[in-house]
Design a protein around this ligand. Structure first.
Ligand SMILES: Nc1nc2c(ncn2[C@@H]2O[C@H](COP(=O)(O)OP(=O)(O)OP(=O)(O)O)[C@@H](O)[C@H]2O)c(=O)[nH]1
Ligand SMILES: Nc1ccn([C@@H]2O[C@H](COP(=O)(O)OP(=O)(O)O)[C@@H](O)[C@H]2O)c(=O)n1
Ligand SMILES: [Mg+2]
Length: 201
């Protein structure tokens, strides 16, 4: 059960690609940290890659910050190239990639498969809107994230339901989506995640 990451001019690199879609505040990042701890996959959070670019103070970072503060989507090629570069940098030593927060819309999924490879498992971290809102408001008290404000959270939730939930349906037909009920405690959610990953082996 492998998907390939083919970099032009280099040998095909087989690696597992797991994707972790879910709404803002569903707990994607928290679950990805626990997956890395237990299975050693390489965690690439699209949001974290973007925030690193913003923190670098680059001109591109300034443009990205303006988009992210509104909870809108950055240009597809920008985020896809950042993920691809990060995967290439780690490909030779990675046990497999855990992509967190990408794709955010169906065409992002299509482009990912054209330029990088097909995922073998989607861990759909599913939480209710009110749960996500509550968690992000709470996180916003300490996260320092410019997008953890009430209005931006509302924008992100709207965008998630409009653009990102259709991504699940896009992959559903391939039988690779595992829906994880993310309402419980971190450990209750993680036990479902572990079962889904171990079903791959
Ligand atoms: N009760 C409970 N809280 C959780 C769980 N996962 C995350 N949280 C809390 O919810 C908040 C958001 O969790 P994250 O893992 O940052 O969520 P995310 O999906 O990565 O959020 P974005 O990066 O905004 O997409 C954090 O403050 C966590 O403490 C969970 O499984 N159960
Ligand atoms: N594929 C992506 C991922 C993140 N982003 C931007 O980065 C922000 C933070 O992403 P994130 O995954 O950390 O947080 P959530 O948007 O999931 O709450 C998003 O709100 C978007 O503005 C994007 O535009 N495209
Ligand atoms: Mg996150």
């Amino acid at each position: 059960m492998h998907s390939s990451l083919h970099v032009p001019g280099s040998p095909t690199i087989f690696s597992l690609i797991l994707i972790c879609p879910g709404g803002p505040g569903s707990g994607k990042g928290t679950q990805c940290e626990k997956i890395v701890e237990r299975y050693g996959f390489t965690h690439l959070s699209s949001g974290d890659l973007l925030r690193a670019e913003v923190s670098s103070g680059s001109e591109r970072g300034k443009q990205l910050a303006a988009i992210m503060e509104k909870g809108e989507l950055v240009p597809l090629d920008t985020i896809l190239n950042m993920i691809k570069e990060a995967m290439i940098a780690k490909a030779s030593t990675s046990k497999g990639f855990l992509i967190d927060g990408y794709p955010r819309e169906v065409r992002q999924g299509e482009e990912f498969e054209k330029k990088i490879g097909a995922p073998c498992l989607l861990l759909y971290i599913d939480a209710k809107a009110e749960t996500m809102l509550m968690r992000l408001i709470k996180r916003g008290e300490t996260s320092g994230r410019s997008d953890d404000t009430a209005q931006t959270i509302k924008n992100r939730l709207e965008l998630y339901y409009k653009a990102t939930e259709p991504v699940i349906a896009y992959y559903q037909g391939r039988g690779i989506v595992r829906k994880i009920n993310a309402e419980g405690s971190v450990d209750e959610v993680f036990s479902q995640v572990a079962n889904a990953i171990e079903s791959l082996q």
